[in-house]
Ligand binder design. Sequence first.
Ligand SMILES: C[S@@+](CC[C@H](N)C(=O)[O-])C[C@H]1O[C@@H](n2cnc3c(N)ncnc32)[C@H](O)[C@@H]1O
Length: 363
Amino acid sequence: MALAAEETGILQEAYPTKARDGLSNYANSSTHERKATVFAKELIKTAIAEKLDKEILLSSKTFCIADLGCSVGPNTVLAVQNIFEAVESKCQYYLHELNSQIPDFQVFFNDYTSNDFNLLFTSLPNDRRYYAAGVPGSFYGPLFPENSLHFVHSSYAIQWLSGVPKEVMNKNSPAWNKGKIHYSKSGDEVVLAYKAQCDKDMEQFLQARAKEIVCGGLMVLIFPGVPNGTHHSQSLPNMILELLGSCLMDLARKGIISEEKVDYFNMPTYLMSPKELEAAVERNGCFTIEGMEGLPLPLPSDSSAVASHLRAAVEGMIKLHFGEKILDELFDCYRKKIDENFSILKSGNLVNFFFLLKRRAAN
Ligand SMILES: C[S@@+](CC[C@H](N)C(=O)[O-])C[C@H]1O[C@@H](n2cnc3c(N)ncnc32)[C@H](O)[C@@H]1O
């Protein structure tokens, strides 16, 4: 019998970074995301130097930054420090016009309520020169008062959908995703259901941010995606998820879990192409795209690093749906499959996109 979450398709906050121990701890296994943060530092610096209107600095007593989908660190701490330093250095440049009054800085760290904010807060540097606050809740809805943010950052988070599209878990739908946990090797109906969910989520995300970000304010979005024209099955993160799906089916064949249970488990992630994000921004109409870069990152050099990275990301969801008992056997099978397929995986497409958006002056 389907569980409530299976019926609604919404896996409430069963998102990554909930595992806390050993190798599967997000703080230890997020080096891939950290490389993107380091890579994005110069892009953020340039964005602030060239695209942040000085009027925003002159008119703000407090400069407000938000990091959406921050997790527990250390990447968010680094990203926020990069933004803070770039804005502060721009303020130094305009010190005379600011009457030597550099604004205060307020940083909002956002994630789901189940995020370990205590762990994050204890890792904030003692000598930080910004005020810090946690903001719990989904970024697919409103989180802040109107016109209250000057710079929004989100990295490796918007690939997580608000939930699994309902159709893929409905036996009577042509989009029923039987025996699979993701869309990249499924029929067109499944892919379209995921894409429609992503479009709806992005509409809500941009609508909420359009209200919250002041005119002229900036938003940086960093996400793993697929290059325009590349099939979803060619993308490395998708290939890696398909292998996890095949391990779950192996456990079902061994009778350790039921096949029906696998049928009702789907990953709520979708990798957008730049065109898809551009189309979402155009439909929303409140932002201009000021820059876009691809951040190619190398595949981690050994298979166990790939396996532990994915384990950290999805263990919480697997545990919730299948129970704790299967975890070790599942991830053991998974590590072996990654190893066997490593040369194929190396041909997979691994690209992260950096988008710089600016809030338009009116509407
Ligand atoms: C892979 S981690 C990225 C963390 C960090 N930004 C980084 O770059 O390392 C993704 C984070 O996004 C959060 N997340 C996913 N969907 C979210 C949503 N709708 N609202 C708020 N946070 C969300 C997850 O809980 C998780 O902590």
